[in-house]
Design a protein around this ligand. Structure first.
Ligand code: ATP
Ligand code: MG
Length: 868
C-alpha cells in the first residue's frame, strides 16, 4: 500500500467515526512562549486542553507536521543513526475534547490497525501505565480492562512514568497513556527472544507506532496534579513508522516516503545506499534533514542566527557536514533534492510545491556559505595543528573554532585523527557546558500558576472599536526573568489592548484603579488563546472593575504603518509581479518592515514607483472596509491571499482598502489619508530570494523631512550659501584632488633634494659609509629614501630621526652585504629606541622604532656611530 493511501485511510476511518478532518497546522509556532515548533499532534489544540477556547468540534483528526529538534522532545542526535526517528515527521492523530474516552480510543485504534490495515495481531503489543508512588497515581486498570477485550493479556505490558505518562511540558495538561508497539522481526529472531522483552528497549524493529494519551490531569507549577474538568483523548501515530509496518520493510527509510529521495542522493553523489554503514547514515541524515528544512522554510521560518531560525540552520548544517565528510560533497547539492520532495509531498502539503523555487534557493545559499565557512575552518585548524606541540589539541581551541566559525567538533576530531592528533573532548564539553549554562541563566523564567479569580471561557478583544473599557481581572500570575525581573501577567474578561500578532507589536497603555493608582501596561501578547497584559505591579485590589486605557497615539501610528504595509504589499505585486509573497512583517508605531520573496535587488526606479503607488492610494483617501467573522472561503473568493505558515480559523477578518484585500487581525486607519505620507528608507537582502523594505509613515515622515532639511541647511551654511550646493561640493572635491596631487609632487621633489644633500654627508667609518640626519618626512617617505640611497651607495649604514607631530621615529638601513648578527638594524634600533622612550625592531637590514621623546633623537643619531 502506498504511503498516500495509508494516510488517506487513516483520515477516512476517523471521518466515518464523526471526526472533523482538519489540515496540519504550521510547523513554526507564533503565540507560544514555551515552544518553537510543533512537536506533537496535540500542540495546535493546546488551548482546548487548557480550557482557553470554546470547542466547536469535539472530535477531530488530522496529520500534523512535527519537528523534534529542541527542548523536551529532541531526537536530532538519533536521526540517521537509527532508522525510525526523524526530525520532521507526520503524526496522525484523533482527538476527543471532553467527548469519548478510553473505551473508544482503544477500540478504534485496534480496529484500524487490525481490521483496516490488517496488521497481524501477533505482531502487536500494548502498554498501560503501572502507576507512580511519587505522584500518588494508581495502575491504569481502566485501560487494562479495555485492552483485555481485544488482545491476549500476555501482550499487555506495564509501563513506567517515563514511557507511559505523557506531559506537554513542565506544567499543563497530562495523563497516563497506552502505547502500541509492533514487532517487525523475522520468525527466526522472534523464536530467539520474545518481542515482549524488546518493547521500549530501543530495538529498531520492535518500535512504538501509536501513543494513546488519556488527558485527565493538570500539572501545576509546584509539581502537584489536579483533575481536569473534562477528560480528553489525544493520540499520535508516527506516519512513517506505520508505513514501515504496512509496506513489509524494517526501516522507515525503505518506505516510499524516503526511497525517491535516497535514489536522488545516490545519483547526485555517486554513492550507493545499503553498502556501507557510514554512507548509509549520511544518506539518511540528508534525506531526513532536507524535509525538515524545506517544510520550515515553506512555513515562513528561514535559517538564521537566532531562535527557531538557528535551529533550522543547525539541522541543515548537520546534513551538509555528513555530505562533506562521508559523501565527499564539497559543493552545494542538497538543494537539488527540492524537486523530488515537492513532487512527492506537494499534493498533501501544497506549501512545498508553491514555494519550491524559494526553498531551492535558500538551501543552496545556505550550503554555499557553510561550505565556505568549512573551508576557512579547515585552514584555521591546519594552523592550530601546526602550533600544537603535544599532539593534543586543546578543548578551548576546538571550542573557539566551533563557536566563532561554526566548525563542527566531530570534524575537528576527524581531521585531527587523520593527522595523528587527538582533541581534548572533555575540555571542549566543559566550554560548551559553560556557554549553555550562561545562556540558560540569562533566559531562565520562573512562572507561577495562574490565580484564577473568575472562570471565563474566552477573553473578548474589543480593541477594534474601543481604546478603553471597564474591565476586571479574570486571572493573573507572576513571572520572573533575569532580564525584566518580576513582572505580572494579567488577563481580563475583555480587553481593548491589541496583542502582538500579524507583525504588529502589542499595545501599551495603563490601568486606572479606583484608588487613583495608575498601573502601566508595558506590553500585550497572545499566549495560545489568552491575551496577556504585562505590568510591573499588581493592582492592590485584584477583584475591582477598573478602566483599561490603550495609548492612543502609539496605536494610531501602528495602525498607520499597518495599513501602509497592506498598500506596500499591493504595490510590490503590481510593480514587481505576482510572485511576490509576504515573508515577514514588523509593524511598530515608529516604522514598518516588510520581507517578501523576490529574486533580484529592487532597482531605485522601481522603489520610486512603489512609493508613488502607495502615496497615490493614500491621496485617494480610501475607506477601510472591514468584514469580521466571514468564512475563510468567502474572503479568498473576494481576492484575499492566505499566507503560508499562518494559522487561520474557520472564520476570518478581511481588510479592504480599494483593491487591496488581506486576511488580517491587525488594527488599521479608517481612511488611507490618515497615513499622510509613505517613505521608503531602505531596501536590502535578508536571505537568498528574500528582500526587505523598511519604511515610515505619518509623524515619522515629518520628523524625517525636518531632519533632512536641517542637514541640508547646515551644509549650505558651511559652504557659505552657494546658489548650487551640489556644484559647490563637486568643486571642493575637485580642488581637493588637485591639491593632493600637488603635495605628492612636492614631497617627491623634497625627498630627491634631500637625497642629494645626504649623499654629500657620507662619512667613512671602518669601511662603512655612514650617514645620519634628522629629517622631517613621514615614515613611508623615509623608507623610500633609505632604499634609494641603499641602491646608490655601497656598504651603507643610514640612520634618520624624525619628529612627526611630537612623536619620534628612528629608521635604520644597513646594506644587506654588511648586515649581520652584530650589525643588526633591528637590534640597534631597539637599543637606541630607549633614548626616544620607545621601542621597535625589524630585520637585520631595515628597522624602525617609535617613541614619545623627540628630544632624544640627537643623542640617538650621535650614538649610532658607536656600532661601527
Ligand atoms: P519514541 O520512544 O520511539 O521516541 P515517543 O515516546 O517519543 O517515541 P510520542 O511522543 O508518544 O513518541 O509520539 C507519538 C508517536 O509519534 C510515536 O508512537 C511514534 O510513532 C511517533 N514518533 C515519535 N517521535 C518520532 C520521531 N522522532 N520520528 C518519527 N516518528 C516519531
Ligand atoms: Mg521520543
Amino acid at each position: 500500500m502506498t504511503s498516500q493511501k495509508i494516510r488517506q485511510q487513516f483520515l477516512d476511518f476517523f471521518k466515518d467515526k464523526q471526526h472533523k478532518i482538519v489540515p496540519s497546522a504550521p510547523l513554526v509556532l507564533k503565540n507560544d512562549p514555551t515552544l518553537m515548533f510543533n512537536n506533537a499532534g496535540m500542540v495546535p489544540f493546546k488551548e482546548y486542553f487548557l480550557g482557553q477556547k470554546t470547542i466547536k468540534n469535539k472530535r477531530i483528526a488530522d496529520t500534523q507536521k512535527c519537528l523534534r529538534v529542541s527542548g523536551k522532545h529532541n531526537d536530532l542526535e538519533e536521526v540517521g543513526i537509527d532508522t525510525y526517528h526523524h526530525t520532521l515527521f507526520e503524526m496522525l492523530g484523533n482527538w476527543s475534547f471532553g467527548d469519548y474516552f478510553k473505551k473508544e480510543a482503544i477500540g478504534w485504534a485496534w480496529e484500524l490497525l487490525t481490521e483496516v490495515y490488517k496488521i497481524d495481531k501477533t505482531k502487536l503489543y500494548v502498554t498501560v501505565f503501572e502507576g507512580d508512588k511519587q505522584d500518588n497515581l494508581d495502575f491504569d486498570q481502566e485501560a487494562y480492562d479495555f485492552w483485555k477485550s481485544h488482545i491476549d493479556e500476555d501482550r499487555i505490558i506495564n509501563g513506567n512514568k517515563k514511557d507511559n505518562f505523557w506531559e506537554m511540558g513542565a506544567q499543563g495538561p497530562c495523563g497516563p497513556c497506552s502505547e502500541i508497539h509492533v514487532d517487525l522481526r523475522t520468525e527466526e529472531e522472534k523464536a530467539k527472544i520474545p518481542g515482549k522483552d524488546l518493547v521500549n528497549k530501543d530495538h529498531p524493529q520492535v518500535v512504538e507506532i501509536w501513543n494513546l494519551v488519556f488527558m485527565q490531569y493538570n500539572r501545576k507549577a509546584d509539581g502537584s496534579l489536579v483533575d481536569l474538568s473534562a477528560k480528553h483523548i489525544d493520540t499520535g501515530m508516527g506516519f512513517e513508522r506505520l508505513c514501515m509496518a504496512l509496506q513489509g520493510v524494517t526501516s522507515n527509510y525503505d518506505t516510499d516516503v524516503f526511497t525517491p529521495l535516497i535514489r536522488e542522493v545516490e545519483t547526485i553523489t555517486n554513492h550507493n545506499y545499503g553498502k556501507d554503514n557510514e554512507t548509509d547514515i549520511a544518506i539518511r541524515v540528508i534525506v531526513d534533514h532536507v524535509r525538515a528544512v524545506a517544510f520550515s522554510i515553506s512555513d515562513g521560518q528561514l535559517p538564521s542566527n537566532t531562535g527557531a531560525g538557528y535551529v533550522i540552520r543547525r539541522i541543515l548544517r548537520r546534513a551538509i557536514r555528513y555530505g562533506f565528510t562521508f559523501l565527499d560533497q564539497k559543493e552545494p547539492f542538497i538543494y537539488k533534492l527540492t524537486k523530488t520532495l515537492s513532487k512527492q509531498m506537494g499534493d498533501v502539503f501544497p506549501e512545498i510545491k508553491n514555494q519550491e523555487v524559494l526553498i531551492h534557493n535558500v538551501i543552496k545559499e545556505e550550503e554555499h556559505s557553510f561550505l565556505r565557512a568549512l573551508d576557512q575552518g579547515l585552514l584555521l585548524l591546519d594552523r592550530i595543528i601546526d602550533n600544537t606541540k603535544d599532539k593534543n589539541i586543546s578543548g578551548g581551541k576546538a571550542f573557539e573554532l566551533y563557536d566563532t566559525y561554526g566548525f563542527p567538533f566531530d570534524l575537528t576530531q576527524l581531521i585531527a585523527k587523520e593527522k595523528g592528533y587527538t582533541v581534548d573532548e572533555e575540555g571542549f564539553n566543559a566550554h560548551m557546558q559553560k556557554q549553555k549554562d550562561r545562556s540558560k541563566a540569562a533566559s531562565a523564567v520562573e512562572t507561577s500558576d495562574w490565580n484564577v479569580l473568575v472562570e471565563d471561557e474566552e477573553e473578548e478583544f474589543i480593541g477594534y472599536d474601543s481604546l478603553n473599557a471597564k474591565v476586571k481581572i479574570t486571572q493573573y500570575r507572576k513571572v520572573t526573568t533575569k532580564k525584566d525581573g518580576e513582572m505580572y501577567q494579567l488577563v481580563f474578561n475583555m480587553t481593548p489592548f491589541y496583542p502582538e500578532g500579524g507583525g504588529q507589536v502589542g499595545d501599551k497603555g495603563h490601568l486606572e484603579m479606583n484608588n487613583g493608582d495608575v498601573i502601566y501596561v508595558l506590553d500585550t501578547k497572545k499566549e495560545n488563546n489568552l491575551i496577556v497584559h504585562y505590568t510591573k505591579h499588581l493592582p492592590k485590589n485584584t477583584t475591582e472593575i477598573f478602566n483599561a486605557v490603550v495609548n492612543k497615539e502609539q496605536r494610531k501610528l501602528s495602525a498607520s504603518n499597518h495599513t501602509a504595509t497592506h498598500l506596500l504589499h499591493q504595490a510590490l505585486r503590481k510593480v514587481l509581479g505576482n510572485h511576490v509573497e509576504q515573508k515577514g512583517s514588523l509593524v511598530k508605531p515608529k516604522s514598518l518592515r516588510f520581507d517578501f520573496s523576490h529574486f533580484a535587488k529592487v532597482e531605485p526606479q522601481q522603489l520610486q514607483e512603489i512609493e508613488d503607488f502607495v502615496n497615490a492610494r493614500i491621496r485617494e483617501n480610501l475607506p477601510l472596509v472591514e468584514k469580521r467573522n466571514i468564512p475563510i472561503q468567502e474572503a479568498i473568493d473576494e481576492g484575499a491571499m492566505a499566507l503560508f505558515g499562518e494559522k487561520y480559523g474557520d472564520s476570518v477578518r478581511a481588510i479592504r482598502f480599494g483593491k487591496s484585500i488581506e486576511l488580517c487581525g491587525g488594527t488599521h486607519v479608517q481612511h488611507t489619508g490618515e497615513i499622510w505620507y509613505f517613505k521608503i528608507k531602505s531596501e536590502s537582502a535578508v536571505a537568498a530570494g528574500i528582500r526587505r523594505i523598511e519604511a515610515i509613515t505619518n509623524a515619522a515622515v515629518g520628523d524625517y523631512f525636518v531632519e533632512i532639511d536641517e542637514n541640508y541647511e547646515a551644509i549650505k551654511h558651511v559652504l557659505k550659501n552657494p546658489k548650487e550646493p551640489v556644484k559647490a561640493i563637486e568643486n571642493l572635491q575637485e580642488e581637493n584632488a588637485n591639491l593632493k596631487k600637488q603635495i605628492e609632487g612636492f614631497l617627491k621633489d623634497k625627498a630627491s633634494n634631500l637625497k642629494d644633500e645626504l649623499k654629500d654627508k657620507v662619512q667613512q667609518i671602518n669601511g662603512v659609509n655612514f650617514i645620519s640626519a634628522e629629517v622631517s618626512l613621514d615614515a613611508n617617505s623615509v623608507k623610500d629614501l633609505a632604499f634609494q640611497l641603499g641602491g646608490e651607495i655601497k656598504d651603507l649604514f643610514f640612520i634618520t630621526g624624525s619628529n612627526i607631530d611630537g612623536k619620534a621615529i628612528l629608521t635604520i638601513y644597513i646594506s644587506k652585504n654588511i648586515a649581520n648578527d652584530k650589525l643588526h638594524a633591528g637590534n640597534i634600533v631597539r637599543d637606541l629606541g630607549k633614548l626616544i622612550q620607545g621601542g621597535g625592531g625589524g630585520q637585520a637590514f631595515f628597522a624602525t622604532a617609535g617613541g614619545k621623546n623627540p628630544s632624544g633623537i640627537k643623542e640617538a643619531l650621535e650614538k649610532a656611530k658607536g656600532y661601527l
